[in-house]
Design a protein around this ligand. Structure first.
Ligand code: SF4
Length: 327
C-alpha cells in the first residue's frame, strides 16, 4: 500500500479568547481544530468538506505551518513538521504549496504576473534571472496562459485566469503536495469546471498530491479519491469517494449530500433540512457536537461523544447510530 505522504495525528488548534476582565486571562478558547487524524497517500486527492467555520481552512494553514498546532503531530515524508527548525521548515515548504480561495486578494496588484510567479524562485534562491524567466514562461504555458502575459498586472485578467496564475505560482518550486483551499468557490460555474480540469491534468502530468478543501460536495466529487467531512473542528466521517457518496453513515454527511441539486428533473431526492445554527466552537455542546441539529438525536448523544467507528476498512464515521446498527 506504500507509505503516506502526509500523516496528521491528533492535531488540535485552540485559539485563546480575550478575557472580559482586564489583565485576567480567559480560560476559554476557540477549538478550531480538535483532535483530527488522517493521512494522504502520494498521488491521491483528499477532499475536506464542511460548512463555513468548521475548521477546514485552519487545518490547511496548520499543514502548511503558517500557524502552529496547539497539540499533535504532522509528518510529511516522515519529517515531523511541528518540531522542524525554521531552516528545515523552509526546505519542506518548497514541497507543500497552497492555492487560495480568492484569486483577487491572493495576487499583489503592484507586481507584474512574471514577478509574481518568479517570486518563490527568488525567495528560495533557485536559478539565475535568465533561467527563472524561462521557468515563468514555461509555467504560464502549462496553466494555459500566453507566456507574453508576464508583463501584465493581475487586474488585467479575469477571475479564472487569475486562479491559473495562482496555480502557476504554486507549481513554481515543483511541490509534491498542493493544498487547494476553496480554489473554485469564487469563480463562475462555467469557469469552475475549467479550473478543476486543469488541476486534474496537472495532477497526472506532475504526479501531484492534493488536499482539496471545499464547502461544496458537488465540486469535491469531481476531484477526490477520498473525502473527510468536518463538523465543528472534528472529522465526523472519512472514506473513499464511493463510500461517502453512495453509503454515507453520518447524518451530517447525509444532510450535505441531500443538498446537492439533482441532475435530472425525473430524479426524486428527499432534502434533509438541518435546523439551527452551527454551535459556537468556544463552547461546543457536550456529547455529539451535532446533537442540537441532528434529526436522529437520542438521549445518549447529549452526553456521550461518539468515537470514529470503522465501518469498512477505509470508512470511518462518528455516530452512535452506527454502533446501534452493529449491535
Ligand atoms: Fe445524530 Fe446522535 Fe449520531 Fe450525533 S451521535 S449524529 S446526534 S445520531
Amino acid at each position: 500500500m506504500g507509505h503516506p505522504l502526509l500523516e496528521v495525528k491528533q492535531v488540535k488548534k485552540h485559539f485563546p479568547v480575550k478575557g472580559t476582565i482586564p489583565f485576567v486571562p480567559s480560560r476559554q478558547s476557540v477549538k478550531a481544530v480538535d483532535n483530527v487524524n488522517f493521512h494522504v497517500m502520494p498521488g491521491e486527492t483528499l477532499g475536506i468538506v464542511g460548512e463555513s467555520g468548521c475548521g477546514k481552512s485552519t487545518l490547511a494553514r496548520l499543514i502548511n505551518r503558517l500557524i502552529s498546532p496547539t497539540e499533535g503531530e504532522m509528518n510529511f515524508k516522515n519529517k515531523d513538521l511541528v518540531s522542524l527548525s525554521k531552516r528545515d521548515l523552509r526546505t519542506v515548504r518548497k514541497n507543500i504549496q497552497m492555492v487560495f480561495q480568492d484569486p483577487y486578494a491572493s495576487l499583489d496588484p503592484r507586481k507584474r504576473v512574471g514577478q509574481l510567479i518568479e517570486e518563490p524562485l527568488v525567495i528560495h534562491g533557485v536559478g539565475d534571472s535568465v533561467s527563472r524567466k524561462r521557468r515563468v514562461a514555461e509555467l504560464l504555458e502549462i496553466v494555459g496562459l500566453n507566456p507574453r502575459y508576464q508583463n501584465r498586472y493581475a487586474h488585467e485578467f479575469s477571475g479564472g485566469q487569475r486562479q491559473r496564475i495562482n496555480i502557476a505560482r504554486a507549481l513554481t518550486l515543483n511541490p509534491e503536495l498542493i493544498i487547494c483551499d476553496e480554489p473554485v468557490s469564487a469563480l463562475d460555474v462555467s469557469v469552475q469546471a475549467q479550473v478543476i480540469n486543469l488541476l486534474k491534468d496537472l495532477q497526472k502530468q506532475f504526479q501531484l498530491t492534493y488536499i482539496f478543501i471545499s464547502h461544496d460536495l458537488n465540486v469535491v466529487r469531481y476531484m477526490c479519491d477520498r473525502i473527510a467531512v468536518m463538523y465543528l473542528g472534528k472529522i465526523v466521517e472519512i472514506g473513499s469517494y464511493e463510500e461517502i457518496y453512495h453509503s454515507p453513515k453520518h447524518p451530517y454527511t447525509q444532510a450535505l449530500l441531500s443538498a446537492i441539486p439533482v441532475e435530472s428533473p425525473y430524479e426524486n431526492k428527499e432534502r434533509i433540512i438541518l435546523t439551527g445554527n452551527v454551535p459556537s466552537p468556544i463552547a461546543p455542546p457536550p456529547g455529539c457536537a451535532f446533537h442540537e441539529r441532528c434529526p436522529f438525536v437520542m438521549d445518549k448523544c447529549k452526553t456521550e461523544t461518539p468515537p470514529l467507528i470503522e465501518t469498512t476498512e477505509a470508512h470511518r464515521a462518528s455516530c452512535h447510530l452506527i454502533k446501534k446498527e452493529e449491535e
